[in-house]
Write a protein that binds this ligand. Structure first.
Ligand code: 3PG
Ligand code: MG
Length: 207
């Protein structure tokens, strides 16, 4: 179902965003482009009577373990994003310290239309990168509707990106405006470009 045709009124909407933003040594966000890119989809949900539950990964915590072999939760916590998100959305943002589980389900149960909840880093759970069904089911429990607007992560077959969608009916899952515009642009450039064409590609791992 297209996002424009979904009735979000009174619904809890689980949105996979790509908030994998660069941070400096003091954990300040140095470029919030990815956060701003997700705003149209988030606002659409809020303005149409839904509550937004945002989930994302941040960095590669499973690859940058501390000397004792545990994850560096101080460095990779999504709290760094939670602190900045209210400036971008102009609204209060709640934070769930556990990405899934009872405590988070309780917060979700109290979430009102127009409210925003950001979940902790999905990669703090081994199930995320393994596309684990149990982890995906726990994520799916949090929302009535699922939206994938994480264009930058769309190539990852991970639980919060791919597996979770299985647990929503086609009427209750869709993609967001960022995903739509990126796919439209890619199709235009690939299939019917205005010539001459210059293609510049690149990438960097920032944390
Ligand atoms: C990225 O920045 O490349 C995306 O957020 C995906 O992250 P990853 O490359 O660590 O899977
Ligand atoms: Mg990458």
């Amino acid at each position: 179902m297209k996002i424009e045709n979904i009735d979000f009124k009174g619904k809890k909407v689980l949105i996979r965003v790509d908030f994998n933003v660069p941070l400096d040594g003091n954990y300040n966000i140095t470029d919030d482009t990815r956060i701003r890119a997700a705003v149209p989809t988030i606002k659409h949900v809020l303005e149409n009577g839904g509550a937004a539950i945002l989930m994302s990964h941040l960095g590669r915590p499973e690859k940058k373990l501390k000397p004792d072999g545990t994850m560096d939760k101080e460095r990779f916590t999504m709290r760094h994003v939670a602190g900045h998100l209210p400036n971008v959305l102009n609204t209060v943002v709640k934070f769930a310290e556990e990405t899934v589980g009872e405590e988070t389900e309780k917060i979700v149960a109290t979430l009102q239309p127009g409210e925003v909840l950001l979940l902790e880093n999905t990669r703090f759970y081994k199930g995320e990168k393994k596309a684990d069904e149990e982890f995906a089911k726990q994520l799916a429990k949090l929302g009535d509707i699922y939206i994938n607007d994480a264009f930058g992560s769309a190539h990852r077959e991970h639980a919060s990106v791919a597996t979770v969608a299985k647990y929503f009916t086609p009427e209750n899952r869709t993609f967001g405006f960022l995903m739509e515009s990126e796919v439209t642009n890619a199709n235009r450039v690939m299939n019917n470009p205005e010539r001459p064409v210059t293609a510049i590609t690149g990438g960097a791992k920032v944390i």
